[in-house]
Design a binder for this molecule. Structure first.
Ligand SMILES: [Zn+2]
Length: 132
């Protein structure tokens, strides 16, 4: 299939497919006699795998690692689990940071409880202070 068809089937932009090729995540397809790049089922499967990883916000380097692991079907999967555990820990750490941010923003929002002039607004007054 041509790149446009691959893009359509995977919901991936053509530019993104090219980027994955340049990054070495996706093999370059062979060219047909007429010169266009002919993608095979193996490209579709690989791209779906990458897309699925990206939907889980797994980074390119980790995807590369997972693909390397996938290429050794009989090896133990402990590296796969370890990679996922790391990713989960990173997500949890980001969630904790976001909760702190939410608390700070709610506290700031409480600095103003009634509509009044901008010059009297507690939120703007607070933002003028140094970062605590
Ligand atoms: Zn206000």
């Amino acid at each position: 299939m041509k790149i446009g068809e691959l893009a359509k089937q995977t919901g991936c932009d053509v530019e993104t497919i090219r980027f994955y090729e340049k990054s070495g995540l996706l093999d370059e397809p062979v060219r047909t006699a007429s010169g266009y790049r002919a993608y095979q089922a193996v490209h579709l499967e690989r791209l779906q795998f990458i897309r699925h990883c990206r939907s889980l916000q797994i980074g390119l380097q980790d995807i590369r690692t997972l693909l390397d692991l996938q290429a050794r079907p009989s090896a133990g999967c402990d590296h796969v689990n370890a990679l996922l555990d790391q990713h989960i820990a990173a997500v949890q750490s980001r969630m904790a940071a976001l909760r702190t941010l939410e608390t700070q923003l709610i506290a700031l929002r409480r600095k103003c409880n009634a509509p009044h002039s901008v010059e009297e607004c507690g939120i703007l007054q607070n933002l003028a202070d140094r970062v605590p």
